[in-house]
Design a protein around this ligand. Structure first.
Ligand code: PMP
Length: 466
């Protein structure tokens, strides 16, 4: 059907779902339904809400995929996309430069830690991570140390779906049926305080994690390790906030051994933790590279990038290979529309939304933390406007629930009936609403979650499963 021939009201969402089921391959499908999967139709969005096929208005709890930071249906962002397309919709980033990408680069450098003054634009998070890792390889090749290229990542990490980036992922399901560049990766433990050995203090746990990295460097050899990559707060791994002191100490070890520290801020940047970049402001670290995407355009346009420490370019210029090309670029690097949207998005963040996010974060965290009184909830953790609610078998053992209970999905179903979209993650629910959410809306969200988790508990008991 032609789009204008379809009525986007009444019964037509079913038609859309049927067409999708017949022709669309959705991301992260399972083989049983690949190419034939029905997923819920979202008709429209407005502020913190989306409207589904039945016309129900739901709070967008995960802000799409942690990305709709300024909320849906923002007029300024929509207008700037139109205006930029009418002025210049595209130019070759290989031969030419456009104004929005240059202005944005200057603004981003102003927010990044001192000395991290350059940016390479990509189309999203995976391509940003891919760029950072390939740049590390290039850097060490040109500097005459081609063996210094192993990459240290962590269990539970998510860094993307292109080959090298995906090779850094640390959740089992990312590797069960997929190939990866295993030989290039070293995995460390997930820094998850909730799952630390019983009886171990937080300080001892941090020491253990740091010692693991130190011993790995010693065993493998610093001359073979090119980079460490980590999300400051692991997002899809379950909103894992590392123990205090962990990130600065990891950063110091990297500096000591000339291992490039890559902070993957695809989720944590652009306001999610109340700052444009969280590395320095929230965690006190100054990475060599910072990858970003998602919130940079609030999801209105696909854009990502890597902030790069400018000294790395000086190092390259001091090498003996001045003709070596970093043969890496994307047709849509420095896209004028993406960069124009990002500039306006940054205006909105700087003109109050960052400060508002910082001001409302405690309320968000404490309202969700209160869910721990429910027997099914083992821990609620988070930072800024991101939180994870982890369900457990019981409060004494805190053991994980078996996967077949699908607790996350059950909670999501109840939440949706009550007006809230959540992101189910096995035994967890992840919340990262648009930053424009207000106190009352946070209260509503927490109340819906409370009711839905209580209903899920009753349901599990009734079915004899818990
Ligand atoms: N890094 C992190 C930390 C992410 O959360 C994601 C996406 N969820 C990515 C990278 C990949 O980004 P994209 O999906 O835009 O390629």
């Amino acid at each position: 059907a032609k789009r204008e021939e379809m009525e986007f009201a009444g019964n037509t969402p079913n038609a859309v779902e049927a067409i999708a089921e017949k022709h669309l391959v959705q991301p992260w499908p399972v083989s049983e339904t690949i190419g034939a999967e029905a997923r819920g139709f979202i008709e429209s969005g407005d502020g913190i809400y989306v409207t589904d096929a039945e016309g129900r208005r739901l709070i967008d709890g995960p802000a799409g995929m942690w990305c709709v930071n300024v909320g849906h249906r923002n007029k300024e962002l929509s207008q700037v996309m139109y205006d930029q397309a009418m002025a210049l919709s595209y130019n070759s980033p290989w031969y030419t430069t456009n104004e929005p990408s240059a202005l944005l680069a200057e603004r981003l450098a102003g927010h990044a830690p001192e000395g991290v003054g350059h940016v390479f634009y990509t189309t999203g998070g995976s391509s940003a991570v891919e760029t950072a890792l390939r740049f590390m390889q290039f850097y060490n090749n040109v500097r005459g140390r081609p063996e210094k290229k192993l990459i240290v990542s962590r269990e539970g990490a998510y860094h993307g779906s292109t080959y090298l980036a995906a090779s850094m992922n640390g959740r089992p399901r990312d590797h069960d049926w997929m190939d990866s560049a295993k030989e290039q990766v070293i995995k460390l433990s997930c820094p998850n305080p909730f799952r630390r050995p019983k009886g171990m203090t937080l300080e001892a746990y941090t020491d253990f994690l740091i010692e693991e990295f130190r011993a790995t460097i010693e065993k493998v050899g610093a001359d073979r390790i090119g980079a460490f990559i980590g999300e400051p707060v692991m997002a899809s791994g379950g909103v894992i906030v590392p123990p205090p002191g962990y990130l600065p100490r990891m950063r110091a070890l990297c500096a000591e051994h000339e291992i490039l520290f890559i902070a993957d801020e695809v989720v944590t940047a652009f306001g999610r933790l109340g700052h444009v970049f969280a590395s320095k402001e929230v965690f006190g670290i100054e990475p060599d590279m910072i990858t970003f995407a998602k919130g940079v355009t609030s999801g209105y346009f696909p854009l990502g990038g890597v902030m790069i420490r400018s000294k790395l370019f000086e190092d390259l210029r001091q090498s003996n290979h001045n003709d070596a090309m970093f043969a890496h670029g994307l047709t849509y690097s420095s896209h004028p529309i993406g960069c124009a949207v990002a500039l306006k998005n940054l205006d909105i963040l700087e003109d109050g939304l960052l400060a508002e996010t910082r001001a409302i974060s405690d309320h968000f965290q404490s309202r969700l933390k209160a869910l721990e009184e429910l027997p099914l909830v083992g821990e609620v953790r988070g930072l800024g406007l991101m939180a994870g609610i982890e369900c457990v078998a019981d409060h004494v053992s805190n053991n994980p629930l078996t996967l077949d209970l699908e607790v996350g999905k059950r909670i999501d179903r109840h939440c949706q009936a009550l007006g809230l979209l959540v992101r189910p993650l096995i035994n967890m629910c992840v919340m990262s609403p648009p930053l424009t959410i207000n106190r009352d809306q946070i209260d509503t969200m927490a109340e819906i979650l409370h009711k839905s988790i209580a209903l899920t508990q009753d349901e599990l008991v009734r079915e004899g499963l818990w």
